[in-house]
Write a protein that binds this ligand. Structure first.
Ligand SMILES: *Cc1c(COP(=O)(O)O)cnc(C)c1O
Length: 346
């Protein structure tokens, strides 16, 4: 099958830079960013700090780097960090918190990725010498493995109250905070104001080929800048990459609503099949999690079968299948993919 006929719903990270974005990259003004002299990187950092209502921001090579520098900057070795059990930090960052920061994660189970303030409260260690100090709480918005779930603002506020009462730090993995904001109508700033640090990705639904940004106070970001260098993330003429990020925040944020609409349509079509288990009401953004109900066909088999049919999907947790809509799949392609899934019968 020719690649043009393949409908790739594995992730919104498969998006490729458009010609216009490539032009912006090609003509970007650059300098040596390790010396703080790349005007395009500086502009991107300023713009994102401003969008998030933070004093400063730092351009990162990836979302993992951004989260890991965030953790390193908030903690010392031997600390404990509270995360949700299905979170990206716990599942997809290859034990980096233990390797790079020497911290232990305390994963607590959420519902579609959402944890409650009382769960956070009971996970905080008492201040006794034979236990590790709880230092940091991390949330994820939208929640990836939870199915693109939007973190309800009131729950963030309740958790923040616990965090402040116990003098902890509060980090947001906002890889898809853009999606949460577009879908809920709550501004990035309104979400970010509750956290000490916020990481956002430019390389997901926004369509940039590379890049994430970590934002926080001036003091926090200047320490984070040192850890970014230690982790090997000091880049030189990074403006060619940052230009893609600037283009993305200018042109590709509002259009995320189309991805959300496509995901809802997709879920609605596959829900028609008696062999598919999907909760249409829980499709809040651009991620659809579903199950193929069959004794003989595992999620892996189903994904392989769909691949033969020209539809690429990815595996979720516990036998679930994940489809993600993005700017490189049209409404029509999403409809075709959904119909192939709905009519598949093994
Ligand atoms: C994609 C993603 C990241 C960062 O991953 P990278 O591949 O390093 O860009 C972090 N958190 C969440 C929730 C993500 O979905």
């Amino acid at each position: 099958m020719k690649s043009a006929e393949i409908i790739d719903l594995r992730s919104d990270t498969v998006t490729k830079p458009s010609n216009e974005m490539r032009k912006a990259m090609a003509f970007a003004e650059v300098g040596d960013d390790v010396f703080g002299e790349d005007p395009t990187v500086n502009l991107l950092e300023e713009k994102i700090a401003d969008l998030l209502g933070k004093e400063a921001a730092l351009y990162m090579a990836s979302g993992v780097m951004s989260n890991q520098v965030a953790l390193k900057t908030h903690t010392v070795p031997g600390d404990e960090v509270i995360v949700e059990k299905e979170s990206h930090i716990f599942n997809y960052e290859t034990a980096a918190p233990s390797l790079l920061s020497g911290v232990q994660l305390n994963p607590i189970p959420g519902i579609r990725g959402i944890i409650e303030a009382n769960q956070v409260e009971s996970a905080i260690r008492p201040a006794v010498y034979y236990m590790m100090p709880t230092k940091l709480v991390c949330l994820e918005n939208t929640h990836n493995r939870g199915g693109g779930t939007i973190y309800p603002l009131e729950k963030i506020v309740e958790i923040e109250t616990v965090v402040r009462q116990h003098n902890l730090k509060f980090h947001l993995d906002g890889a898809r905070l853009w999606n949460a904001s577009v879908a809920s109508g709550i501004s990035l700033k309104e979400y970010a104001t509750h956290f000490d640090s916020v990481s956002v990705c430019l390389s997901k639904g926004l369509g940039a080929p590379v890049g994430s940004v970590l934002a926080g106070s001036k003091e926090y970001i200047s320490l984070a800048r040192r850890f970014r260098k230690i982790f090997g993330g000091g880049m030189r003429q990074a403006g060619v990459l940052a230009a893609a990020g600037l283009y993305a925040i200018e042109h590709n944020v509002a259009r995320l609503a189309e991805d959300h609409e496509k995901a809802k349509m997709f879920a609605g079509i596959i829900a028609e099949s008696p062999r598919i288990e999907v909760s249409v009401e829980h499709v809040e953004t651009n991620i659809v999690i579903f199950k193929y109900i069959s004794k003989n066909v595992s999620a892996e088999n189903f994904i392989a079968e769909m691949k033969k049919n020209g539809v690429l999907l990815s595996a979720g947790s516990a036998g679930k299948i994940r489809a993600v809509t993005h700017l490189d799949v049209s409404r029509e392609q999403v409809r075709i993919a959904a119909e192939k899934i709905a009519t598949y019968n093994a």
